[in-house]
Design a protein around this ligand. Structure first.
Ligand code: ATP
Ligand code: MG
Length: 415
């Protein structure tokens, strides 16, 4: 579980701000959900025979009633639970998003942590491919806003209806059974419990077997085929590039029809930055009226790693550093800084504290990352002026009347 240090938080905050504005611009509302839920909720929704439920959940027993609870490994289950309990879903259209930590007991490595963060989007009450296409367009716009669109590609597939998947499953089990002894232990175990997951295996020893397996979309029911064709038409019309990946089945049980992943090759094995699809049966499975649903989740750490790999820098976190030398000046500096903050409400200003001469204070100003240093000395105080040194550009130091400083800051910092 990682600490997110002050050096990294500007990139996180930039991500969060861009996301919040984007979600609002598509009419999505935020929902905030608990981090702990009943273990049974995840078993019922994600599925017993999945990586998450079999080996990745942090579960614990409460002392009083020995109920099993789990740190949430993902957000969809909790979102649907909250939607049902608070009557948000019945015959209603909802466009929701959430953001926060998720927990999975995995082997930590680059892009894979035990506490990680997701942004999730869930849309309820819409059964057409238009809402799926909206999600794709929204994300395409998001990658662009983050400056990483060149490093991210879309892969799509359809896994059909529960019925068509049953037919396909039989064909797949027949095929895989022929190679039973070549399958790894996980896959042998899954052959009869969750054979589709075998297609998702990253084990290179099984790559050939998987590459030659029968394809799910050849067994789709006619309605799912039509749905998928409409979906790809919408993507094409919107100029969204995609690849069809017939082995993309997603690791969770609740999906049907459209599934997709946004992938990158900048992060090695942890290549999926965002994944989602349709899950029309989950709401009914959790006890409410049947409600169509579609959603996705994006891993924030992985997205930030892509930004880092591409050299995307956050906007500087600090605007100005107030340097002041001389006993009378220092007495005035605190109230001067307060006054500046009142007059320029968006100004990010560090007031130097702890004394020291000009040289020592300039060093601190530079290290703070601020764009400019504001300088107050005895002479300036006497003349009612202030000095401005540009810390990040080749430009001579200037001096101006104190009365003009807030106008200057507003204009300078807006550019
Ligand atoms: P993977 O195949 O990489 O294990 P997954 O299929 O388990 O991913 P999902 O459950 O679909 O992942 O979660 C959606 C997104 O959340 C992933 O695409 C990824 O960006 C992110 N994510 C999942 N697990 C982790 C983790 N342990 N650490 C960091 N990010 C993660
Ligand atoms: Mg996983």
């Amino acid at each position: 579980m990682l600490d997110i240090l002050p050096k990294q938080t500007p990139l996180w905050r930039q991500f969060e701000t861009i996301w919040q504005n984007l979600a609002a611009s598509y009419g999505y509302d935020e929902i905030r959900l608990p981090i702990i839920e009943a273990t049974s909720l995840f078993k019922r929704s994600i599925g017993e025979v999945t990586d998450i439920v079999e080996k990745e959940m942090f579960c614990f027993q409460t002392k009083e009633d020995s109920e099993s609870l789990s740190l949430r490994p993902e957000g969809t289950a909790g979102c649907v639970r909250a939607g049902i309990e608070n009557s948000l879903l019945r015959h209603q259209i909802q466009r929701l998003w959430y953001m926060g930590p998720m927990f999975r007991h995995e082997t930590p490595q680059k892009g894979r942590y035990r506490q990680f963060h997701q942004v999730g989007v869930e849309a309820f009450g819409m059964d057409g491919p238009d809402i799926e296409a909206e999600h794709i367009l929204m994300m395409a716009r998001f990658w662009k806003a983050l400056g990483i669109e060149s490093a991210i590609q879309l892969q799509i597939n359809s896994i059909g209806s529960a019925e068509s998947r049953k037919n396909y499953r039989n064909v797949l089990v027949d095929y895989l059974s022929k190679y039973q002894s070549d399958l790894d232990a996980d896959s042998q175990r899954r052959l009869h419990t969750n054979p589709l997951r075998i297609l998702d295996s990253k084990n290179p020893k099984m790559a050939d077997i998987i590459a030659n397996a029968p394809l799910c979309y050849e067994y789709l029911d006619p309605d799912s085929t039509l749905h998928f064709e409409k979906f790809t038409d919408l993507l094409t019309k919107a100029n969204i590039a995609y690849t069809l990946n017939p082995n993309l089945v997603r690791g969770l049980d609740y999906y049907n029809r459209t599934v997709y992943e946004w992938v990158t090759d900048t992060l090695g094995a942890q290549g999926t930055v965002c994944a989602g699809g349709r899950y029309d049966s989950l709401v009914a499975q959790l006890g409410a009226d049947s409600t169509p649903a579609v959603g996705f989740a994006m891993g924030i750490e992985r997205v930030l790693l892509v930004q880092e790999a591409l050299g995307v820098k956050p906007t500087p976190a600090m605007d100005a550093y107030l340097i002041h030398v001389g006993a009378t000046v220092t007495d005035n500096a605190l109230s001067f800084a307060e006054d500046l903050r009142t007059r320029c409400p968006t100004l990010r200003l560090i007031l130097h504290c702890g004394g020291g001469d000009f040289k020592q204070q300039f060093k601190k100003a530079d290290k703070s990352g601020a764009r400019i240093a504001l300088i107050l000395g005895e002479q300036e105080l006497l003349n009612q002026t202030i000095g401005i040194k540009f810390l990040r550009e080749e430009r001579p130091q200037i001096e101006m009347p104190l009365t003009e400083i807030n106008q200057f800051l507003m204009t300078y910092l807006a550019n």
